[in-house]
Design a binder for this molecule. Sequence first.
Ligand code: GLN
Length: 536
Amino acid sequence: MAKTKYIFVTGGVSSSLGKGIISSSLSKLLLARGYSTTIQKLDPYINVDPGTLNPYEHGECYVTEDGAETDLDLGHYERFTNVPTSQDNNVTTGRIYQTVIDKERRGDYLGETVQVIPHITDEIKRCVKVLGTRGNYDFVITEIGGTVGDIESLPYIEAVRQMKNEMGPGCIVVHLTYIPYLAAAQELKTKPTQHSVKTMLESGVQPDIIVCRSEKHLNDSIKSKISLFCNVPKTAVIESIDATTIYDVPILMREEQLDVEVLKKVKMPIDSYPDLARWEKFLKRLKNPAEKIRIGLVGKYVELKDAYKSINEAIIHASAENECAVKVELIHSESIEQKGTAALLSGLNGILVAPGFGERGIEGKIMAVTYARENKIPFLGICLGMQCAVVEFARNILGFEKAHSTEIFPDTPCPVIDIMPEQKEIDEKGGTMRLGAYPCHIKNDTRVATIYREKNISERHRHRYEFNNHYLLDYEKNGMVAAGVYLKENLVEIMELQDHPWFVGVQFHPEYKSTVANPHPLFVDFIKAGMEQKNG
Ligand code: GLN
């Protein structure tokens, strides 16, 4: 097998241009040509991982099978490629420095002055190369967070320079930049791109391919200009026009021949053609819905569209599967507290109560559960959403008025959701929750048994609190049953209501496992239930 090739994806001019989507699309195209690939994100911030970050900072925290709390771009990688990622696929400056400082304390560098070059850059290169060697991939695509020119990015760009120098054509750089359209001049402007490439050149890195994000098509003369000023052949200037859905991007990149250009640069054969037939089928279903429904997503980060990224994408996969357009309405749980459920939730065909932490807006979430339960509206509660459903049932059906989760009300006389025993002694916040994939046994004669069609499933977790088994009999006698259990520790993972068209609460996060190739069965069935609700 050929040696692993390394493709770095850098960004210029502005953040949020979609490096994650370009990386995922490139990976998809190379996979479709029969190459093996993996994608990695290097994040220049100093947090060891994004697990301790507020969603307002960088959006959702994505959890991998092995329990790494990672950047949301890893979600895109998995959704596009259907290849699982792991801790190795997301490295931050904090993690790099932690490793180097630990080594220094152990005495591994004895006698040496530990410096950014070569020690930090060596550790960056090690983290990149380790992915290639461990997984034996044809390609490792490494996305560098932020934009070139940021102080924080410097050691990463330096590591790229060194790798290019060591590997020659075995290492290339795809630079994603922005070509603004000036309406007053009616012109696309290339100057910001020229400057951003110049910034890279100052660090000794010549990008090999320039992907130009733009609202308008790049004409031939713009491509020539970029080619001339940025020192790349014209075929290496790739247009990335705004798309109606991120899932169009692999198709657009195939038309623009991004993969061909990459293969040319790394001197690999271009004798196949990326077959995206299944992908195109998915797009066709997504874009030609026969029906339309409205789903309310109740949470407390509604101002920020990336806070519930994986849930939104899982709904998109499920909507394509059902050929049904789904309008997701973000509903702030605090507004429910102020305006009431009828004002905000009536007319919805399904209600999803989101994961989350802490007290703010919790009563609004519980009110949303009552509304869904009483009005027989399909309900999906995820993690904190499931915990709210358990509290709601205790209060309104079992008559335990003061029931709560001890996360919110530590002295509740009725702790139906309680901290897991092994969590009690933990003081440190970073990476200490119950994280990653755990098996779950599905009980017979439950709704989820018909949805999953499997007895033993595996789903990913991120929580400290759990259903309190002390109350299980009360629940089951009154029609809310534990439909899925982690047998080893007898942890309830799924609760469902029997006398209801569709009411499921899950302690895990099904959204992390939904991909274009494998839409998640829970979301698919939830949307189907929403369609049935609409049609009476
Ligand atoms: N805060 C809850 C817990 O820690 C739920 C977490 C979540 O929704 N991810 O158990």
